[in-house]
Design a protein around this ligand. Structure first.
Ligand SMILES: Nc1ncnc2c1ncn2[C@@H]1O[C@H](COP(=O)(O)OP(=O)(O)OP(=O)(O)O)[C@@H](O)[C@H]1O
Ligand SMILES: [Mg+2]
Length: 566
């Protein structure tokens, strides 16, 4: 390798303090087109090495003084470096007879010995070998640095991928926990719906029989006032039970909703007085209404109940003198982060905010569970927010809670935006008419619960009708075949095997004009969605209610027979 000027690119340093040794060596090297510089002592040699040199040629005498600085320099070399030294020894001073030289080997590492006198070519070739070795070291350093930067690059990439992976794992954990919570709520929903259904049957029996006892007592002479009062307590308790059952059904999303296009601003304005009396005089109530609010598709009664539940919670969370805000808005909602939130989309929201205690994250995680309450016994049943969530979800929306401990709570109910301003009704609802309704009608009563059937039969009997009974859909269809002249079919909707809607369908196949009245603790939306409310009796029912509906159904005649969607 040589430069353009013909000089070798390496640089040689010479340390030979005695006589003309240094000059002679320099001349020999220069003749071989090697660049060489003379140093006067070890200190200068080390400085020049640091400035840039590739081989050092030293005489043995130069190393006889204090060479600790040189030893330290050799040790401090980076891992890639092993600086080459050429040591010119005395004649006959070979390693085997020269312990000082042996010490230099271990101290300097990369040393070549050249015994004087030497032929110039020998010096040149030893120096060239040293220079070549040094070039290899430089190459090694370059490769090493390149490798290091690639390793760093890769490490950076790996760290980024790792961060991404951790993010994905976290996201998956969130999704899984949301899913688990949803499944839990769903399971609790199914359970409560079953319990509520049984309770409705029990309450129908209790309330129905209470009605008879009350009537019987009223008819008997000398009624005991105390006894009547006690019966009143029983009725009040049973009716409270019916209300709780209703809320359970609403949580399990199996209540009958009658959604219609509604202006939530109007609902809020109409509720103001009710809210004020609920909250008491010391609470300041504010409404913030969005003026260009979209219409919402919602059942008005359930919505009012939900807002009332939220207001009661707000009242309980506030000290005297707090403030309640009811707000309406159009909302564009992103993907849900919690199970109670609605799917992404356009909603109309109504939000109830308070300046109360707020909730801890721990409590917040449980508030939608039925029967979860932090209120003292007798004060809360833990069903308020269950109703709110059940109703919102069944309506096709959802709920969101923002709460800060010590600062207050906002609960948003999201309801689906109605497509049109006009209500999405079917035909105009039928009004019950009493005129022309026959007495002494023959009614086929179908219910799988013997006690419910018995109390219903007694009520119908009181109304002056002839009652045929069936404990199942199959038995009912048999009776229909055998008996001519049945005027009305009253069917329990939820029965094992064939449900009420199926029985009605099969009955209509035989007798298309037979009026049908459904009795139900809850209604599957799909099952009875197309049936007008006039032909549905909710459990537990009052004597007056069943009386009115039976009369209406009998009077409805051939023209108004309930048709079920096929
Ligand atoms: N606005 C609120 N501020 C603070 N905590 C609240 C608020 N709303 C609900 N909570 C907490 O959530 C719990 C459950 O509320 P939820 O309405 O379901 O039942 P409840 O109010 O305890 O009883 P119920 O409504 O059946 O009478 C409450 O007991 C309370 O701890
Ligand atoms: Mg409540």
């Amino acid at each position: 390798m040589s430069t353009a000027a013909g000089l070798h690119p390496g640089r040689v340093l010479i340390l030979a303090p005695r006589g003309r040794d240094a000059v002679v060596a320099k001349e020999i090297l220069r003749d071989a087109r090697l660049r060489a510089d003379i140093c006067l002592d070890i200190e200068e040699l080390l400085q020049e090495i640091d400035h840039g040199a590739d081989v050092a040629v030293m005489t043995e005498e130069a190393t006889r003084g204090d060479i600790r600085a040189m030893a330290a320099w050799v040790l401090s070399q980076p891992p890639w470096s092993d600086f080459p030294f050429v040591l010119l020894t005395e004649h006959g001073g070979g390693l085997e007879r020269n312990p000082a030289a042996a010490r230099l080997v271990s101290m300097l590492g990369n040393v070549s010995f050249l015994e004087r006198p030497f032929h110039p070519t020998t010096l040149v070739s030893v120096v060239l070998t040293g220079l070549r070795g040094r070039q290899r070291q430089y190459e090694c350093r370059r490769l090493n640095e390149e490798l290091e930067s690639r390793v760093q690059e890769r490490t950076g990439e790996l760290a980024a991928v790792n961060r991404q992976l951790l993010g994905q794992i976290k996201e998956r954990e969130n999704v899984e926990s949301t899913l688990r919570q949803m499944q839990r709520l769903e399971a609790v929903g199914q359970l409560t719906s079953g319990v509520a259904h049984d309770f409705n049957n029990l309450l129908t029996v209790v309330l129905g029989n209470l009605g008879f006892v009350e009537k019987g007592l009223a008819a008997a002479a000398g009624v005991d006032g105390k006894l009547t009062q006690r019966l009143g307590y029983m009725r009040a308790a049973a009716e409270r039970g019916a209300k709780l059952t209703d809320q359970l059904l609403s949580f399990s999303r199996r209540q009958r909703l009658e959604p219609r296009s509604l202006d939530l601003n109007e609902t809020v304005v109409n509720m103001r007085d009710l809210l004020q009396s609920t909250m008491g005089g010391t609470t300041h109530i504010e409404t913030q209404l969005q003026h260009s609010l979209w219409p919402a598709m919602v059942d008005p009664t359930q919505l009012e109940l939900a807002v009332l539940n939220l207001a009661i919670n707000a009242r309980d969370a506030m000290q005297v003198g707090g403030s309640l805000t009811v707000e309406t808005d159009n909302a564009l909602v992103g993907p849900p982060l919690r199970p109670e939130e609605p799917p992404a989309g356009e909603y109309v929201s109504v939000c109830v905010s308070d300046t109360g205690t707020g909730m801890s994250e721990e409590i917040r995680a449980k508030v939608f569970e039925p029967f979860f309450t932090t209120k003292e016994v007798g004060k809360g049943s833990g069903l308020g927010l269950s109703q709110v969530l059940g109703f919102a979800k069944q309506s096709g929306g959802g709920v969101r809670i923002n709460s800060r401990l010590g600062e207050g709570t906002s609960v948003y109910i999201y309801l689906p935006r109605a497509e049109t301003e006009t209500a999405k009704f079917g035909p105009a609802p039928l009004r019950a008419t009493w005129a022309g309704a026959p007495r002494n009608a023959t009614i086929l009563l179908v219910d799988d619960d013997d006690e419910v059937r018995e109390v219903t039969r007694a009520m119908l009997h009181e109304l002056g009708h002839i009652v045929l009974e069936a404990g199942s859909g199959g038995a009912a269809l048999d009776t229909l075949k055998r008996h001519a002249g049945i005027d009305l079919l009253i069917i329990d909707f939820a029965m094992p095997g064939m449900n009420g809607a199926e029985v009605a369908r099969l009955a209509h196949a035989e007798q298309p004009n037979l009026p049908v009245l459904f009795v139900t603790g809850f209604a599957d939306r799909g099952g009875l969605a197309s049936v007008d409310d006039a032909f549905i009796v909710g459990k537990p029912f009052h004597y007056d209610e069943i009386a009115g509906k039976v009369q209406f159904a009998l009077g409805a005649g051939a023209g108004n027979v309930v048709r079920l969607r096929r």
